[in-house]
Design a protein around this ligand. Structure first.
Ligand code: DQA
Length: 140
């Protein structure tokens, strides 16, 4: 099974950025652990700070992979273009957030993407990604 994780803007700074919100573990370390935990799956990883590159990745893998875990960062709250890309592909997308966006500023309470996603997981720290993997392997 091919699972793609896509992290959007500023998520390359995990472990460095706003540690009280996002924790002090870098994503590479977490990804190593996740790949060990799910050694039966192929977990691909892509990060970009550029909206169009995220859209291109969705198009590239969105007709052949089994599941996509997308943390679009701040684009979650603004991007009609990413929402349209999700609507246009076949592979199910799970929207993920590390923080509980509903406990934070009001502008983070709106997702442009959620209606086109299979589901949304938010607020469990990096464990949100593992929960998203679970949701994909149970239901695909
Ligand atoms: C985030 C929440 C977003 O509001 C924020 O812009 C991020 C990270 C999260 O994982 O909690 O960059 O998606």
């Amino acid at each position: 099974m091919n699972i793609q994780i896509i992290n959007g803007p500023n998520l390359n700074l995990l472990g460095i950025r706003e540690k009280s919100i996002y924790g002090d573990t870098g994503f590479d370390k977490y990804l190593d652990e996740l790949r060990i935990l799910y050694s039966n799956l192929t977990i691909h990883y892509f990060q970009s700070n550029v909206e169009g590159e995220i859209i291109n990745k969705l198009h590239e893998i969105g007709f052949s992979y089994d599941g996509i875990i997308l943390n679009a960062g701040a684009y979650t709250h603004t991007s009609v273009a990413i929402a349209d890309a999700i609507a246009g592909i076949n592979t199910p997308v799970v929207e993920v957030h590390i923080s509980n966006v509903y406990k934070r500023e009001e502008f983070r309470h709106t997702s442009m993407l959620a209606r086109n996603c299979k589901g949304v997981i938010a607020g469990f720290g990096l464990d949100s990604y593992r929960l998203a993997v679970e949701s994909l392997i149970v239901n695909v």
